[in-house]
Design a protein around this ligand. Structure first.
Ligand SMILES: *Cc1c(COP(=O)(O)O)cnc(C)c1O
Length: 359
């Protein structure tokens, strides 16, 4: 399928200060769009100026939240090229989310080409300062004109791009996390493994309440026993216990993070023992009391690594590593950023370079 390109006639001003970008607040000049109908499959892939999307008010995305998305980043490299990190894995995960949400798969090569062409066209939008990147948000929504509560007959897949700084406004500093004991994020058999907007809508009440009390995020527990830790906001969670990397095993209820997978691969290479299992909160606090829980951190594309300085559970609050960034968190952050920026050898074939289609 040939992707057509319509360039903007009115390029937008770029953000002036790369150090004040925040997370995904401004968007680049162009977007990618492709549509799907049952009889036609995917059709009319195109790059167009960034613009509003007009939808029928009866579109299923508004009523039944049939929506999935991805999150990836394009990085400015020292040699002036633009790099991508494990972008095929994002495309593959998009299709796994699509399957769970009864939406059509979209050819992985088309997704990757769309991202490459879009980033190529908007390459001037990729910020270059340390810690910045162009955040990419592929999204698929259900479109249509009927309120029938069943899967849609039309779908739209689009990609938008945003020059982005560090995820947490305060920069890379340890965060405060509250273990959520009232609400749950996902249950076995549910959609916790899919990157779907509804998971976020269902989480905002708890994270809002936690923020009111000075926390940055909540750590979710399993939906059945409220005993085992799951993940945090848009991050998977890892703990350093007795020198081992301990993280929740994947299943129905946890989003399989690409950063998580990358950190575990690096850990094994470094000879660190990796434990993927059910992680009980009791076990964590017990390890803390014994002085064995030395670090905790979240992993995700937006924040890369986010050290956790404080963990509150009911009446108990513990301070981890004196609220400082620990050596293991730092090592993973530096190692991953180094590979993403293509300053370190990529022995895994994780990185690619955006081609120059325009030349
Ligand atoms: C996207 C996401 C993550 C992190 O996944 P990455 O591929 O590492 O960015 C973790 N949890 C949730 C709920 C997410 O949506």
């Amino acid at each position: 399928m040939k992707i057509t390109v319509t360039r903007t006639q009115r390029p937008k001003p770029k953000p002036e200060d790369e150090n004040k970008l925040g997370f995904a607040r401004t968007f680049s000049d162009h977007m990618f769009v492709v549509e799907h109908e049952a009889e036609r499959g995917w059709f009319d892939p195109r790059i167009v100026p960034y613009q509003k999307i007009a939808l029928d008010p009866a579109s299923p995305v508004f009523h039944y939240a049939q929506e999935i998305f991805e999150g990836a980043k394009a990085y400015a490299l020292d040699n002036g090229e633009i790099g991508l990190f494990r972008i095929r894995d994002n495309a593959l995960r998009m299709n796994r989310s699509a399957d769970r949400m009864c939406m059509p798969a979209i050819d992985v090569d088309l997704q990757v080409e769309a991202i490459n062409r879009l980033v190529d066209l908007d390459r001037d939008w990729v910020p270059t300062s340390e810690g910045t990147s162009l955040y990419l948000r592929p999204t698929m929504i259900a479109d249509g004109t009927s309120l029938g509560a069943h899967t849609a007959t039309r779908f739209i897949y689009f990609i938008i791009c945003s020059p982005t700084g560090t995820y947490y406004q305060q920069g890379m500093k340890p965060i405060r996390i509250r273990i959520e004991t009232r609400h749950v994020r996902a249950v076995k058999g549910g959609v916790g493994r899919a990157k779907t907007g509804g998971n976020y809508a269902a989480s905002f009440k708890a994270s809002y309440a936690a923020r009111q009390e000075g926390f940055n995020e909540v750590l979710w527990l399993d939906g059945r026993e409220q005993k085992y830790v799951q993940e945090v906001g848009a991050m998977n969670m890892m703990f350093v216990i007795d020198g081992k990397i301990v993280t929740s095993e994947l299943g129905d209820t946890i989003l399989p993070g690409i950063t998580r997978d990358s950190v575990l691969a690096l850990a094994k290479e470094k000879g660190l023992e990796v434990v993927e299992d059910r992680v009980a909160v009791d076990y964590l606090f017990d390890a803390y009391d014994k002085g064995l829980l030395t670090e905790a951190f979240g992993t995700g594309t937006a924040a890369v690594i986010s050290p956790v300085g404080e963990l509150a559970w009911n009446e108990r609050t513990i301070t981890i590593n004196d609220f400082a960034i620990g050596p293991v968190s730092m090592m993973f952050y530096e190692e991953l950023s180094c590979i993403q920026r293509q300053r370190c050898p990529d022995t895994h074939g994780w990185t690619t370079i955006v081609p120059h289609y325009q030349a």
